[in-house]
Design a protein around this ligand. Structure first.
Ligand SMILES: Nc1nc2c(ncn2[C@@H]2O[C@H](COP(=O)(O)OP(=O)(O)OP(=O)(O)O)[C@@H](O)[C@H]2O)c(=O)[nH]1
Ligand SMILES: [Mg+2]
Length: 478
């Protein structure tokens, strides 16, 4: 296996990075690939450029998965419905475009770093080989590759638009539907970091079974479950895809159709795993994604924060000790700082990943760099994706002061604690949560009604010209 002290097998790295309880998924998933006679891969906890990825793969003789590649791999593995598959493929394609990495999977499926030889197609490196006038050969291959990606992307985007349209009309139908209280059917979206227990909680609240598992991104499609609140009001709970820190904005946008359920929901319930040692980090990651997808500041302010898995806290605290101990054994963490600043801290025989993008393995794109540079984190694509096709987007615009709000709110709520503590497994706090949802919706309804009344009094009352004294005298004379 790889000797570089900065890199461990994907198992150990994923375990330390994604936290306890999530490593199994990564293990099982990759082990499954191995037992099928496929390849072993090395996971590097960083976001790498295409050249860095390729150079590492050459050096280690193994496919390398970086952070985004691993997430995409997980998305692909968990995508079962048509919608999820389309979105996962689009996410992979957008990633691929910025890396210009060609992966030849045996079954033709996109599989980053797993299931085939990954090859960077670059202007100078391939085709040309610096052979004088033939130096355009690599370039045309690069363009060909790029065009194919763009064509496929267009097809996927139009299919996803179709999905969005269907979802929008379903939502409109739900809004028209009135319950026995003459209220339109309200949707409550349950959001949160992956593995926080969202599906388990929605299942417990609605007394139904939803697929939940101790793995990352168990849920990729929103699922709706109806629940009767203590007041008798019927609401739809929407279980959503989990979020994760540093999720590239394009990846989030690939799941836009799914995430629209969150934007369009009447109320948000933010589920946090109270046993997670980095709860604050999880909270701010989720808020960041909500901000990215355009949830209004008002909705965020109204959001209910739930600390789930409270039963684990009632344990003797061994969970936290175990987590600490786990961190302590992680001496071979690949720090993103090391990647950025070079190899001084690499230890004996170590080499930084920054080193690997230079020297003997270097294959620069040169003049193509601007055109094909890593736009993965740029906003360029976002402009298109930001324009939702599902009707009114006016309230989807990210609020300018949201960043500010988020910072304030994160620290405020960190001090104030959760609105409700629950255990989706034992049922603790569930009734309290339902009551709180009821209360929030009632307040929201009353506010909307008040706003409607004000609006109506302003816009719907008949306009009459102001009566002046002159008018009055004319009237008397007549
Ligand atoms: N002890 C305990 N475990 C819980 C609780 N809620 C959920 N779990 C477990 O946590 C794991 C993740 O639960 P899920 O409901 O799949 O989490 P999720 O947030 O839907 O995850 P993704 O769909 O991947 O985003 C499962 O193994 C659940 O059994 C809880 O209140 N207490
Ligand atoms: Mg889930």
């Amino acid at each position: 296996m790889v000797q570089n002290p900065l890199v461990r097998s994907h198992r150990a790295r994923a375990d330390t990075y994604f936290g306890p309880g999530t490593v199994d998924m990564v293990k099982i998933h990759l082990n499954e690939a191995e037992t099928k006679g496929e390849v072993d891969a090395v996971f590097v906890n960083a976001i790498l450029s295409g050249i860095q990825l390729r150079n590492l793969e050459r050096r280690w003789g193994k496919p390398v998965l970086d952070r985004v590649g691993l997430i995409i791999e997980i998305f692909n593995a968990h995508a079962f419905t048509k919608e999820a598959k389309l979105q996962a493929e689009l996410a992979a394609l957008m990633y691929k475009k910025t890396r210009l990495v060609r992966v030849c999977g045996p079954d033709g499926r996109y599989a980053f770093g797993v299931g085939g030889e990954a090859e960077v197609v670059s202007a100078r490196g391939r085709g040309s080989g610096g052979r004088g006038f033939l130096s355009g050969a690599g370039e045309s291959e690069l363009h060909l590759q790029r065009r194919r990606i763009l064509e496929r992307r267009r097809v996927l985007e139009s299919q996803i638009e179709e999905v969005q349209r269907t979802r929008a009309s379903q939502r409109a139908g739900r809004k028209r539907h009135k319950d026995s209280h003459e209220c339109s059917l309200t949707t409550v979206a349950v959001v949160g970091y992956t593995n926080a227990g969202k599906s388990t909680l929605v299942g417990a609240l609605s007394d139904t079974d939803l697929y939940s598992d101790d793995r990352l991104f168990a849920t990729l499609d929103p699922r709706l479950r109806s629940v009767i609140l203590p007041s008798g009001r019927k609401v739809l709970l929407s279980d959503t895809v989990g979020f994760i820190s540093d999720l590239p904005v394009q990846l989030v946008r690939a799941f836009h159709a799914t995430l629209e359920e969150v934007i369009e929901a009447d109320l948000l319930v933010h589920v946090l795993d109270s046993s997670a040692p980095n709860l604050d980090e999880h909270r701010s990651s989720v808020l960041q994604v909500l901000e990215q997808i355009g949830v209004s500041g008002e909705k965020l302010e109204n959001m209910i924060e739930v600390w789930n898995k409270i039963d684990l806290q009632e344990d003797d605290g061994s969970h936290f000790d175990a987590a600490d101990g786990h961190e302590a054994t992680c001496t071979e963490v690949i720090d993103e700082d090391i990647i950025s600043y070079g190899g001084d801290d690499c230890g004996e025989g170590g080499e930084s990943i920054a080193d690997l993008s230079e020297g003997e393995f270097e294959e620069t794109i040169g003049s193509e760099e601007d055109e094909y540079s890593d736009t993965w984190l740029s906003q360029e694509d976002g402009i298109k994706w930001g324009s939702s096709i599902c009707g009114d987007t006016s309230n989807n615009e990210p609020n300018a002061s949201l960043g500010e709000w988020r910072t304030r709110n994160v620290s405020d709520s960190a001090q104030a604690g959760p609105h409700v503590k629950t255990s989706a497994v034992t049922g603790v706090g569930l009734q309290e949560l339902l009551e709180l949802i009821d209360e929030k919706l009632e307040l929201q309804n009353n506010r909307l009604k008040r706003e409607n009344v004000v609006e109506r009094s302003i816009f719907h009352s008949k306009w009459r010209p102001p009566r002046t004294e002159e008018d009055a005298s004319v009237a008397v004379e007549q």
